[in-house]
Design a protein around this ligand. Structure first.
Ligand code: PHE
Length: 338
């Protein structure tokens, strides 16, 4: 083997032994650098005779080209290896779950609230709003519940220390009716409104919570009768529960603010609750005293009112057995309504 051939072989070994680009550049210097083996050979060529210069020169150049090609090959291999290593160490697993926030949803009670508003809105009812902290007059007296009347104990509530201008303590409203008083006193008939909202009573068990939601309806004009109440409410139940397979009955009852009064019961003719009478609302023809307290002439204006529980409607619609589930914020329960 000629010396040049040996040099090429040595370079090949040195290059393939270089594990990274830094050691490859060191190896390159040993052969092609200023003091490298090939450079030394080319220098020595200066003293040679013209004939030797020609043949040896060509051989040295050929060896140099070979070594340069080997070097380029190895450089590429090392660059490829380094790139692959980086790709695998910086790899992103695109199949992992993202860190995005969970999707929110409307609470089932609020969902019912909105649904009730939509249904009544579609038949021309306005939606009233009003304070949860009420005066004694708005919550009781205006609704024909005189002070000290035993009917007040049907709606025991929470009182505030703060008093209104008549000296009576403010209270958390026990029903949504005071919103209807406020609405009726500021609007002229025909009055056709629903009043949905939070209400409070001293009550707590599987079917009662100290805070709950009601929706009441009020329709007052010169010719609104019990027949209209029946039509509106039965139609509401059919729409709300999305079925005509539903019977409704009006059972005589007592409320201070209506006369006559009726409890409304319903019975599904199909589904899991089939065949049982379920109490769903209170209702009646608005008492003349209440019409008077609305600021209207009871000889001229007449109409009906009804009130129902939003939790109750929600429980019956989705088949929920325990009211407390609505307030525990257990995601396993709430997720079912997403
Ligand atoms: N406000 C009554 C209650 O909470 C319900 C009701 C409303 C009854 C309107 C009759 C008429 O008990």
């Amino acid at each position: 083997m000629t010396e040049l051939a040996r040099l090429v072989q040595e370079a090949e070994q040195a290059f393939s032994g270089a594990a990274d680009s830094a050691s490859l550049e060191n190896a390159k210097a040993r052969f092609l650098g200023k003091g490298g083996a090939l450079t030394e050979q080319l220098k020595a060529l200066g003293q040679a005779d013209p004939e030797t210069k020609k043949t040896l020169g060509a051989a040295i150049n050929a060896a140099k080209n070979q070594i340069e090609a080997l070097l380029a090959q190895r450089r590429q291999a090392i660059a490829d290896a380094e790139l692959n290593e980086r790709l695998s160490s910086e790899a992103i697993d695109v199949s992992l779950d993202g860190r995005g926030r969970g999707v929110g949803a409307i609470h089932p009670v609020i969902r019912t609230w909105r649904r009730v508003e939509e249904i009544f809105h579609s038949i021309g009812f306005d939606v009233a709003d009003g304070p949860e902290i009420e005066t004694d007059w708005m919550n009781f007296t205006a609704l024909n519940n005189p002070e000290n009347h035993p009917a007040r104990s049907m709606q025991d509530t929470f009182y505030l220390e703060k008093k209104d201008e008549t000296g009576l303590p403010l209270l958390l409203r026990t029903h949504t009716s005071p919103m209807q008083v406020r609405y009726a006193r500021t609007h002229t008939p025909p009055i056709k409104v629903i009043a949905p909202g939070r209400t409070y009573r001293v009550d707590s068990d599987a079917t009662h919570s100290p805070m709950f939601h009601q929706v009441e309806g009020l329709w007052i004009a010169e010719d609104i009768s019990f027949a209209d109440l029946k039509g509106v409410f039965v139609n509401f139940l059919h729409t709300f529960f999305e079925t005509d397979q539903l019977q409704v009955r009006f059972r005589p009852s007592f409320f201070p603010f209506t006369e006559p009064s009726a409890e409304i019961d319903m019975r599904f003719e199909s589904g899991p609750l089939r065949g049982r009478w379920l109490e769903i609302a209170g209702s009646g023809q608005v008492h003349p005293m209440v019409v008077k307290n609305f600021g209207l002439d009871p000889e001229r204006y007449i109409g009906f009112a009804f009130g129902t529980g939003i939790e109750r409607l929600t429980m019956l619609r989705y088949g929920i057995g325990d009211l407390r589930l609505f307030y525990e914020n257990d995601l396993r329960f709430l997720r079912q309504f997403v």
